[in-house]
Ligand binder design. Sequence first.
Ligand SMILES: Cc1cc2nc3c(=O)[nH]c(=O)nc-3n(C[C@H](O)[C@H](O)[C@H](O)COP(=O)(O)OP(=O)(O)OC[C@H]3O[C@@H](n4cnc5c(N)ncnc54)[C@H](O)[C@@H]3O)c2cc1C
Length: 427
Amino acid sequence: MAGTSEDHVVVIGSSIAGLLSAAAMSPYYSKVILVDNDTFGGEGTVRKATPQGHHVHGLLSSGWTALQKLLPGVELRLKQMGAEWVHFGKEFRWHHFGKFKANFEDLMEGPFMSRTCLEEAVRAEVTALGNVEFLSDAVVGFIGDSFEISGVRLASGKELNAARVVDASGRASRCPQWLEEIGGKVPRVQTLAAGLRYSSCRFKVAADHGTEKWKALFVIPKPPETMSGAVFPQEDGNWLVTLAGRKKDTMPTNQEEFLEYAKQLGCPDVYEAIKDAEPLSALAHYRFKESRRYFYEKSSMPKNLLAIGDSVCSFNPIFGQGMTVCILEALKMSELIERGECASQSYFKSISGIVSHAWEMITVEDMRYPELHSQRSLKIKLMQQLTQRVYEKTSEDGELNKMLYEVIHFKRPATDLCKPWALFRLL
Ligand SMILES: Cc1cc2nc3c(=O)[nH]c(=O)nc-3n(C[C@H](O)[C@H](O)[C@H](O)COP(=O)(O)OP(=O)(O)OC[C@H]3O[C@@H](n4cnc5c(N)ncnc54)[C@H](O)[C@@H]3O)c2cc1C
């Protein structure tokens, strides 16, 4: 190929979703240019534009499988960086709705590490592709019209021409405004109140902690309780501990309050794990007001403009789905390009099922809190009753628990929980 802008792709944002878009596009274009205005290069440090990186990030098993398809070298790289492999059925100890889940044998596993570590591993793999260029600048608008985009305008005053543009600029995406500026249609947006608060701290793994107990620990309360917690292993051999609450909870501001908060969770295990462990960082905080979804699939988009990751939909992180959604969307992008069918309309239609799967699950969970959502449809009420029964039964039925994991991990549709096999086990 000649390497003109006709066969270049511009990706806005070079975080997880942007990097994975580059991986998807790289085999089919002479050059992929990733534009990002954040500061990179502080190895292992959380970037300013991704403050969520201070808090635990789990990668779901379907996300892990898809990531290896996009970037086959990533497993070795993560192993070299120190990621810890966790078997979800046996080593991921999950206290949910007042009880611990039953174990299951079937292999469902994935690497645990910080979000920064995962992003750095993906960045290294994408850099090695050879035709991906990183540009430090901010995109400030599109060039083109509602039918087709010919490039982007940059804060530096330059313009970049491109055959295709991908918006991967995250939750703060200005894609809807930029579309409006070129005469395009602004997509419908839906928000869902979450009112979440997070506080996190890194700890040295307690000397008496044997991994036979668990490698990762996760506590999610039964509503109306709101306080949750997670202890996840990190690539440096330490723990990252995140405590979460909703609006009414007073989050810790120092180590003493952190331990006090951990003590109040629905089971003592988080507190027991960290009570004598050495803290290795100051507390980091994050507020997640609401989930937000743009319905690009129902809008009319310029034919060569795609969007991915949090810029399309940013979810309440309760089930740890955000990065997995980015990866599954990138894999879909890659499959459609290979088939020559990656016009925006078909792309957005084909990723809408991935987004809906996660969106529906968090809707059921967030709507259990009447202080956040006073109105619930009959469908939501029925789903809440069914899933509550599933959550309770999965503490004693390992096979049912496996099915629940498969739903959460995007391996099955949620409707499988209504099939006779599952319903019979709920009796
Ligand atoms: C507290 C918390 C916990 C979470 N836990 C999990 C979890 O356990 N598992 C999970 O899978 N997900 C989790 N998530 C969600 C996950 O962090 C996101 O889904 C994921 O990071 C989104 O990646 P992204 O690439 O779409 O966006 P981002 O990572 O937000 O990146 C956007 C990038 O775009 C750049 N950018 C923005 N505007 C411009 C512009 N105009 N020009 C150029 N560049 C621009 C930014 O600098 C940034 O680098 C959690 C989120 C939170 C808040």
